[in-house]
Design a protein around this ligand. Structure first.
Ligand code: AMP
Length: 138
């Protein structure tokens, strides 16, 4: 699939759509997922165009993974989950819905089920507060 420069995440990087940013550097951007599967669900994306793991240059994948590790560590401190899952989907049959490479950081709380992927919108005030707390650790 050809990369669409007007996909949601490209617009977020360009500031054309709002997001609850937790971290940004020259190569990557991280923000809260607004349909969180779990409390603290956060996304990390490279700033360069690439629809998935295979359509993105290796150096940009590496930068995104470095940021994923960094942001996940901050989430671990702030939310103190029992575990943290990292997920990344390639193509629709695997669950991908936005075609700009992204890594999901999913805090896991024992006994609490994940919500379905991409369904229930979060409380925006809670997301804002969480983003600020995570950003403060970075
Ligand atoms: P995937 O299904 O792996 O492509 O993941 C796309 C993710 O983006 C889903 O978890 C959605 O909840 C999330 N999402 C969609 N639109 C937005 C948005 N405007 N801001 C933040 N997260 C979003």
């Amino acid at each position: 699939m050809a990369y669409d420069p007007d996909n949601i995440f490209a617009k977020i990087i360009r500031g054309e759509l709002p997001s609850f940013k937790v971290y940004e550097d020259d190569h990557t951007f991280s923000f809260m997922d607004i349909f969180p599967q779990t409390r603290g669900h956060t996304l990390v994306i490279p700033k360069t165009a690439g629809e998935d793991l295979f359509g993105t240059e290796e150096k940009d994948v590496q930068a995104a993974i470095r940021t994923t590790r960094k942001v996940a560590a901050a989430i671990d401190k702030v939310l103190q989950p029992d575990g943290i899952r990292i997920a990344q989907f390639n193509r629709a049959p695997a669950g991908q819905t936005v075609y700009h490479l992204h890594f999901h950081i999913l805090p896991v709380f024992e006994g609490v089920d994940f919500r379905h992927h991409n369904t229930e919108q979060a409380d925006m005030d809670e997301l804002k507060e969480l983003a600020a707390k995570i950003a403060a650790e970075l």
